[in-house]
Write a protein that binds this ligand. Structure first.
Ligand code: NAP
Length: 505
């Protein structure tokens, strides 16, 4: 039998989650690990999304690692290039390069119940690992809807997250499909150069002003000289969002006031009442992600832009037909139609203890223990797994909470000693999800009257965390061994299968 390279931990993905896991493992004294990356550089979603206008709508001093503050952020809301450069910098700063394996897309990972390790087949070879940290991110695999007739379109088609920079949009008739966070950044960026822009809007988003500004040289100097100022700034940005989230989770009715401000934002930019009506949402603000832009509405009022207030239904050659029958001619189609979130693609490639894939296990809906582990998938955890998403704050806060959980998971394995694995108990997974879904019932994401990517095919919200980041931090501080079965490798010639050890709470 072939012996493969063995590592203690295999991290999958090198975005914020994977790099964060790598830093944390090193800090815990674990150096025997690799980071498997399907592409040729680090950065995850911030490498893949390079569309015109791409920027983060969470302020950079909060959208960065607490352990790697950056006094040099040039703007309050940084662009993709700066965030990507920051992740490259973090990679160097923490000496992560030797751990990186590029062009190593994971094809399949299988749990070996006898040897208590994962066998991982990648594009660059096979290896085994005691523990897998899956940090593939929820926004990594683009979703293009299966529009009838798409193969009859003679022009150019691409997704917002796979921008073709070699294709010249100047002077072209472009159809933009979707009005999510990506599309509202793309529209104002390309509108001045295209001949005609037709926006297919199935559901109007709520858009609020974006308080973006350059961070002055003097401010940056202060951040460099007095690190506590950087900390205080981060603390303030975090605290405001911690208070705001209460309205989303407990008192959605209070969001009516915010809706009035958002309507004023539309009215300021859009004078035509008919267009204004088309752009005004009919669901509670916050139900879908609140978008931030000062340039989106003004761009829609330009003479070369048409807003079709209906989804794209079919394509007949170069003619795009909306569900309401409106037609538009196009040379290029840009799909800003989001990602495979609730049907996490990596799940099809993870084969657990009973031979079933994680996707099969989750066919009724994703569910994990504390956003991290899944029953029947020992020593496997995901960073920002089910119900860890945020509607209004920085995902880096959630990632860092899960890194605490990872660190304690590794410590627990050390304390237990020997060849050992932890498998989430089904009862613990159910109890956690019951609590999460109970709290979800009154949130704006479930009651706001919209259909968002937070909900899965069964209408269950398996993406959002229905609380504050502080609550999640405290729920993931420690691994509670009572929530796990401890598996031990059989002693050769003595026991036929891994032993399960009961651990008392
Ligand atoms: P998204 O929010 O999932 O939006 C997809 C859009 O495509 C929706 O407007 C959807 O309409 C529309 N759509 C789907 N099929 C359609 C059809 N047949 N015809 C017309 N429209 C159709 O995707 P996204 O904009 O890429 O954003 C995904 C997430 O990425 C965001 O929510 C955010 O978390 C993150 N992101 C963040 C930033 C940032 O600044 N930090 C920037 C970009 C993205 P419906 O609304 O009707 O479903």
């Amino acid at each position: 039998m072939t012996e493969h390279e063995h590592v203690r931990v295999a991290v999958v993905g090198s975005g914020f989650g994977g790099l964060g896991a790598a830093v944390r493992l090193r800090r815990e004294g674990v150096t025997d690990f690799v980071v498997l990356e399907r592409a040729g550089s680090v950065g995850g979603t911030w490498r893949d999304n390079s569309y015109p206008g791409c920027a983060c709508d969470v302020p950079s001093h909060l959208y960065s690692f607490s352990f790697a503050p950056n006094p040099e952020w040039p703007r309050t809301f940084s662009g993709q290039d700066h965030i990507r450069a920051y992740l490259e910098h973090v990679t160097d700063l923490f000496g992560l390069r030797p751990h990186l394996r590029f062009d190593s897309e994971v094809k399949v990972m299988r749990w070996d119940a006898e040897k208590l390790h994962w066998e991982i087949e990648t594009a660059s070879g096979t290896l085994t690992a005691d523990l897998v940290v899956s940090a593939t991110g929820p926004l990594s695999d683009p979703k293009i809807p299966d529009v009838p007739g798409i193969d009859t379109f003679p022009g150019k088609i691409f997704h917002s997250a796979r921008w073709d920079h070699d294709y010249e949009l100047r002077g072209k008739r472009v159809a933009m499909i979707g009005t999510g966070a990506s599309a509202i950044q793309i529209v104002p960026a390309i509108q001045p150069e295209v001949e005609r822009l037709t926006l297919f809007q199935r559901t109007p988003p709520w858009v609020m002003p974006r308080m973006d500004r350059a961070i002055s040289g003097a401010e940056r100097w202060l951040h460099r000289q007095l690190p506590f100022i950087t900390k205080a700034r981060r603390g303030l940005l975090w605290g405001i969002r911690e208070l705001q989230v209460q309205a989303f989770t407990k008192r959605p009715e209070e969001l009516g006031l915010v809706e009035r401000l958002a309507k004023r934002n539309i009215a300021r930019a859009v004078k035509d009442p008919e267009l204004r009506a088309r752009l005004t949402p009919d669901y509670r603000i916050g139900c879908k992600r609140i978008l931030l832009s000062n340039t989106y509405y003004p761009a829609l009022t330009r003479p070369n832009v048409d807003v079709v207030a209906s989804g794209l239904a079919r394509i007949e050659g170069s003619t795009l037909v909306a569900a309401d029958g409106t037609t538009a001619e196009a040379d290029a189609i840009v799909f800003g139609t989001g990602f495979h979130v609730t049907d996490m693609p990596i799940a099809e490639r993870v084969v657990g203890a009973d031979g079933r894939t994680l996707a099969e296990t989750w066919k009724g809906g994703m569910q994990s223990l504390r956003g991290a582990t899944a029953a029947g998938f020992p020593n496997w955890m995901t960073i920002i797994g089910p119900n860890t998403g945020l509607g209004n704050s920085s995902m880096i806060l959630m990632i860092e909470s899960q890194l605490n959980y990872l660190a304690d998971f590794v410590r627990q394995l050390d304390v237990l000693g020997g060849r050992v694995a932890l498998d989430a108990r089904p009862g613990a997974v159910d109890a956690w999800n019951h609590r999460v879904q109970e709290r979800m019932r009154r949130t704006v994401w479930n009651t706001g009257g919209c259909n968002s990517w937070y909900l899965d095919a069964n209408g269950r919200n398996t993406t959002i965390w229905p609380g504050t980041t502080t609550e999640f931090r405290s729920a993931t501080r420690r691994v509670d061994l009572a929530e796990y079965e401890v598996l031990r490798a059989p002693i050769p010639g003595l026991s036929p299968a891994p032993e399960k050890t009961e651990v008392q709470a």
